[in-house]
Write a protein that binds this ligand. Structure first.
Ligand code: SAH
Ligand code: SF4
Ligand code: F3S
Length: 452
């Protein structure tokens, strides 16, 4: 006799749109895993959906504005299918809670980042005509036991979440309020996931968290048994031809030990994303970043000494509260001094409830923020091109990700430094293979080369 488990999904179709950072991309893959186990079917076609979920971001005001705009567009799907359920999940759901239901009546479900196991119940509640809300944050939830369903993967590189939340409380940042307290995932479940990914043919894994280098796993007695450098060693030990990366690291926790571990493993990629936010120690203090310009530059020097070929990238904010022209000039000079390979650059956006919103004034005008940001972007373009030009003539080991966007006759892949390289294909080479490529030319975003 065949016994079938009763599932609540009953083949209903689930569509998810994802905004924000890699953590959200990873969470979407967890939601799909949870829903599939309940008999829902994932669809990429919104027209087919019985349930639309939007995994949202609150980091800057324009991120939220985009989502409000998108919700308006969903009205026509709801008109076409009365039973359609619309859910807002992720950071904006956590930040706005029930207010979302009041402001946008088409919303049936509001679920914060720690409540995804409850998703099937929330959908049931919505199907029965009530609103499903769960914005409870957790001190333990890491979804460690859930196998994410890899959605938009190239089959070569995958992200593995190793921790959740953040306790750093940078004065401008909404993340500690939307994702809750920092917690680390059991290393056994992390290594199991990496092993499975490798078996499935992946050759690159990025360990993910808002502040990965403060990862720490404690035993029952409360002693730290696995810290981040140790976890990196363990990940690098899974297979010699599996590349390991990580994002994002906080400068205050960038230890000599981590640099040592990176330098001594060929398969740990020589790339560090180290958000500076500002080059002015005065601003860094007001931002509550817990390091100075000098400390930051000392960390850069330590990285360069151990790994002269290491790429360094960053995040920068223009026009935080009280930022003067001198502070801004220090950001530009820091950029020159480090010579970043690339950067994510933003205008400061005041977020409700953050320290800045409660205790400071957003006193740099919009116009001036734009002007400063433009200067930062222009300088970074120069630095990126200069960095790419330095690579011309050098040889790199490239992990092939697939055909280049433009031509079937060309392959593309990344260097250990995380730069994209395009080169002419050769017989037998395919996604997931390594190739040695000599760089012959570059643009600001891409290296061009030939097989050696
Ligand atoms: N946890 C990561 C980054 C998280 S958010 C870290 O600390 O490095 C990604 C980036 O968004 C931040 O590094 C910062 O540069 C930017 N950011 C965060 N809050 C912002 C705000 N209120 N306005 C503008 N940019 C912001
Ligand atoms: Fe936000 Fe700071 Fe935490 Fe990064 S470290 S998520 S910027 S509070
Ligand atoms: Fe946005 Fe939340 Fe990530 S606010 S940047 S989706 S942690």
């Amino acid at each position: 006799m065949k016994i079938e488990r009763v599932t609540t999904g009953g083949g209903r179709k689930l569509y998810i749109e994802t905004y924000g950072c890699q953590m959200n991309v990873g969470d979407t893959e967890i939601i799909v895993a949870i829903m599939q186990a309940e008999g829902y079917i994932y669809t990429r076609n919104i027209e087919d959906a019985d349930i639309i979920l939007v995994n949202t971001c609150s980091i800057r005001d324009n991120a939220e504005q985009r989502i409000w705009g998108r919700l308006k567009e969903f009205q026509r799907y709801k008109r076409a299918k009365r039973s359609l359920i619309v859910g807002i999940v992720g950071c904006m759901a956590e930040r706005l809670k029930e207010q979302l239901l009041e402001r946008e009546p088409i919303v049936d479900i509001v679920a914060g980042p720690d409540s995804y196991r409850d998703m099937p119940r929330l959908v049931e509640a919505a199907s029965a005509g009530s609103k499903g809300v769960n914005v409870q944050l957790s001190q333990e939830e890491t979804y460690g036991d859930i196998r994410p369903v890899r959605l938009d993967s190239n089959g070569v590189s995958a992200f593995v979440s190793i921790m959740r939340g953040c306790i750093n409380m940078c004065a401008y940042c909404v993340v500690p309020y939307t994702r809750g307290i920092e917690r680390s995932r059991d290393p056994q479940t992390i290594l199991r996931e990496i092993g499975e990914i490798y078996e499935a043919g992946y050759r690159e894994v990025t360990l993910l968290g808002q502040n990965v280098n403060s990862y720490r796993w404690k035993n029952e007695a409360g002693e730290v048994v696995v810290d981040f450098p140790r976890l990196m060693e363990m990940a690098a030990g899974v297979a010699p031809d599996l590349r390991v990366r990580f994002a994002t690291s906080h400068p205050k926790d960038l230890s000599d030990r981590l640099i040592e571990v990176m330098a001594s493993h060929h398969n740990i990629c020589k790339a560090i994303h180290l958000p500076a936010q500002s080059g002015s120690s005065r601003m860094l203090q007001i931002m509550n970043r817990k390091y100075t310009r000098e400390w930051y530059l000392d960390r850069i020097a330590a990285i360069r000494k151990a790994m002269p070929d290491c790429a360094i990238t960053t995040d920068l904010i223009a026009g935080f509260c009280t930022e003067t022209l001198e502070d801004h000039a220090e950001t530009l000079s820091l950029m020159r001094e480090v010579g970043y390979e690339s950067a994510f650059m933003f205008k400061f956006s005041l977020r409700p409830n953050t320290f800045a919103a409660r205790h400071m004034t957003d006193d740099v005008s919009e116009e001036e923020k734009t002007r400063r940001l433009t200067e930062i972007i222009n300088l970074q373009n120069e630095l990126s091109i200069a960095s790419n030009r330095r690579d011309v003539g050098k040889e790199f080991e490239v992990l092939i990700e697939g055909h280049s966007k433009r031509s079937e006759e060309q392959l593309c892949g990344r260097t250990s430094q995380n730069k994209m390289v395009v080169f002419d294909a050769a017989r037998g080479l395919k996604a997931g293979d390594y190739a040695t490529v000599r760089i012959t030319d570059c643009s600001s975003a891409t290296l061009f080369g030939e097989l050696v």
